[in-house]
Design a protein around this ligand. Sequence first.
Ligand SMILES: *Cc1c(COP(=O)(O)O)cnc(C)c1O
Length: 406
Amino acid sequence: MTRDEARALDAADPLAALKERFVLPPGVLYLDGNSLGAMPAAAPAASARAVAEEWGTGLVRSWNDAGWIDAPSRLGDRVATLIGAAPGEVVVADTTSVNLHKLLAAAVTAGERRVILTEPGNFPTDLYVAQGVAATIPGVSVRTAPRDAVPAAIDEDVAVVMLTHVHYQSAATFDLRAVTAAAQAEGALMLWDLSHSTGAVPVDLNAAGADLAVGCGYKYLNGGPGAPAFLFVAARHQARLRSPLSGWMGHAAPFDFVDDYAPAAGIRRWLAGTPPVLGMAALAAGLATFDGVNLAALFAKGRALSTLFVAEVTARCPQVRLASPADPAQRGSHVSFAHPDAYPVMAALIDRGVIGDFRAPDLLRFGFTPLYLGFEDVWRAADVLADVLASGVWDDPRYRRRAAVT
Ligand SMILES: *Cc1c(COP(=O)(O)O)cnc(C)c1O
């Protein structure tokens, strides 16, 4: 494709104006919204209002007057519309890691089964949290099976199958419906991590019959660094499963101040402590960037953007190898390319305003967020990558110094 052809696609794109819902620095092509979403244009004012008016003026009255106390369910219901869940099935709380802990511990203590089944190479925190649950609840163990062998590894000992829908490195997807059905056929619960899916690819939890899910607020939901995460519990399981973090905000009547814990009836039992109100204000601005957007069209555009990038890079960059499924139907909204010197290559790219990220040991990872990226942006990013690789400018000691966060 030529740059003019890419520009023509933008001119004909009914979603192109959504870019104005964000502020990005001039000269930056941001291909890392799968790691930290861009800042919504409304976020600074929303955050300032939460601080100066709701906190500064409203003070403690704002728990009621500004609706702080209801924010976890209110935002949860908004997230639900993006993942095929019903109102009352999603709550915004804590971090993805903490939410994984709550749901895994609940799943392995709900019946007799004690095995958590997952895949090797899953996102590290998912594995670490599972290992922590196994280390602290007697009898629990973690079993892993390569992704294609997961369905066959589900047996009568497995309490819960925990998988990430879109893999954080390769972007390879699991079939939500088929794997959920395989878990349930063996009597196990299915727990999906939707961190790299929500807001980027179609997810219909209830159509898939899913049991449990978690996901991230600061990636494609644009909720800001460290934004609160979310969790989903299908309505049919809510009365039966119990959070191991039985804090007061998950109590049936927190302001009765009684000594004994009694879980709230619905999704709010998964709250532990006081919600992070300021983080929720920014997350609300992030979620509002999806207001009125045709999700099917948005996700189709995301796929078209990553397809364009893969085609250009494959044609122009013989130095790299596609490390994601070539079939766009088999991947999420990011793609990875392998290069033996991926770290300095990415550092040189970032130096030229094309921001992706490096994932050890050898991946260049690029995310495609259709809310704020256009076809010409993607074309230019591929053009800069081709130039960086062909010129060898990346081969400079200053690009090899590793930062703490990659
Ligand atoms: C980003 C991500 C997380 C993040 O977990 P935190 O607790 O928010 O740090 C978890 N799981 C997956 C699959 C992710 O991609």
